[in-house]
Design a protein around this ligand. Structure first.
Ligand SMILES: Cc1cc2nc3c(=O)[nH]c(=O)nc-3n(C[C@H](O)[C@H](O)[C@H](O)COP(=O)(O)O)c2cc1C
Length: 265
C-alpha cells in the first residue's frame, strides 16, 4: 500500500508528545508531513479533513492513566473512513494505565483503522530541578527507538494490500480507570519574579490565564498541564500547592526506575 503523506496530530502542553510524534513523522514521512497542533486554546478544526490514503499519527499525554478530557473534545471533530492511524501515548514514567486503549478506541470511533501503537516516556509535567521526574525525556535513547518503531510500521504498511488488518491489541482495561475529582488548584505566580510578559497566557491550552496588572488564573478550569510553569522565562510560575508537592514526592520515590518505550504492532 502506498501512503501519500503523513499527518501528525498532537496535544502537547509541555512539548514531549510533540517531540515523539515529530520524530516518528520524520522517520516515516520524510518531507511529506503535515502537522495539526491541537494544543493552543484556539486549535485547528479537523472537521473537514479526511485523512484517507495518508498515514496519521496521533500523540497525546497520559493524565491520571487516561486521556486528557480536552483531547477528547478536540479529536472528536474528526470523521474519517478506514484511514490508517498510529496512536501514541506519552507518560511521565509512572504508568500509562488505560490511556493507550482509550486512544485506540477513540481512533476506531472516529473511523480510523489503528495499525500500530506505542507508549513513550516524557519528562513529567510536575518535574522540577529538585525533584526530577523522567528529566529530559524523550532523550536520545528514546528517539533512537523511534527508528525501530518506524521500520516496523513501514513493514506492516507494505503488507496491508489485500490483507485483512487484524484488530490491534494494546494494554488497558474496560471499563477505564475512573479519575478522582480534581481539587480546585492551579499554578501561581511569584510577583517578585514576574514581568507580566504574558507567555503563560499565550501557552495555556485552555485559555484560563489573563495578564493585566497582575496574572489571574481561573483555577476551576485549569487542567494542571504545567505549560505555563515550563514556559515562563522568569521562573515566576510555580505549582507548589501542598497536594502537588505530595504527588511530586511520591512520584520521585515510587517511579525512579527508568521505563522504556513499548510498541504494539
Ligand atoms: C494532570 C496530569 C496527570 C498526569 N498523569 C500521569 C499518569 O497517570 N502517569 C504518568 O506516568 N504520567 C502522568 N503525567 C505526566 C505526563 O503524562 C507527562 O509529563 C507527559 O510527558 C506530558 O506530555 P506533554 O509534554 O506532551 O504535555 C501527568 C501529567 C499531568 C499534567
Amino acid at each position: 500500500m502506498n501512503i501519500a503523506s503523513v499527518n501528525l496530530i498532537y496535544f502537547s502542553p509541555t512539548g514531549t508528545s510533540k517531540k515523539v510524534v515529530q520524530a516518528i513523522g520524520r522517520e516515516i514521512g520524510g518531507h511529506h508531513v503535515k502537522e495539526f497542533d491541537l494544543t493552543p486554546s484556539v486549535y485547528p478544526d479537523l472537521e473537514c479533513k479526511h485523512f484517507e490514503d495518508e498515514l496519521t499519527i496521533i500523540g497525546v499525554p497520559v493524565y491520571k492513566g487516561r486521556l486528557p478530557l480536552d483531547v477528547l473534545t478536540r479529536l472528536k471533530r474528526i470523521k474519517t473512513q478506514n484511514a490508517l492511524v498510529v496512536v501514541v501515548a506519552v507518560y511521565g514514567n509512572r504508568e500509562f494505565d488505560d490511556a493507550l486503549l482509550e486512544l485506540k478506541d477513540l481512533s476506531l470511533e472516529l473511523g480510523f483503522t489503528p495499525i500500530a501503537a506505542a507508549a513513550f516516556i516524557g519528562e513529567h509535567s510536575y518535574s522540577t530541578d529538585s525533584k526530577p521526574l523522567a528529566k529530559d525525556r524523550p532523550d536520545e535513547a528514546d528517539i533512537s527507538k523511534v527508528k525501530q518503531f518506524a521500520k516496523e510500521i513501514a513493514a506492516k504498511i507494505q503488507k496491508i494490500d489485500n490483507a485483512i488488518i487484524e484488530e490491534l491489541t494494546v494494554p488497558g482495561n474496560h471499563p477505564y480507570k475512573i479519575s478522582p475529582n480534581a481539587p480546585v488548584i492551579a499554578p501561581t505566580t511569584l510577583v517578585e519574579n514576574c514581568s507580566l510578559c504574558g507567555v503563560c497566557s499565550d501557552v495555556c491550552p485552555v485559555g484560563v490565564i489573563e495578564v493585566g496588572k497582575m496574572v489571574m488564573t481561573d483555577a476551576e478550569a485549569c487542567i494542571w498541564c504545567c505549560a505555563c510553569v515550563k514556559a515562563c522565562p522568569e521562573d515566576a510560575r510555580i505549582f507548589d500547592d501542598p497536594i502537588i508537592l505530595d504527588v511530586r514526592t511520591k512520584l520521585a520515590s515510587n517511579c525512579k526506575i527508568r521505563k522504556e518505550p513499548e510498541f504494539f504492532i
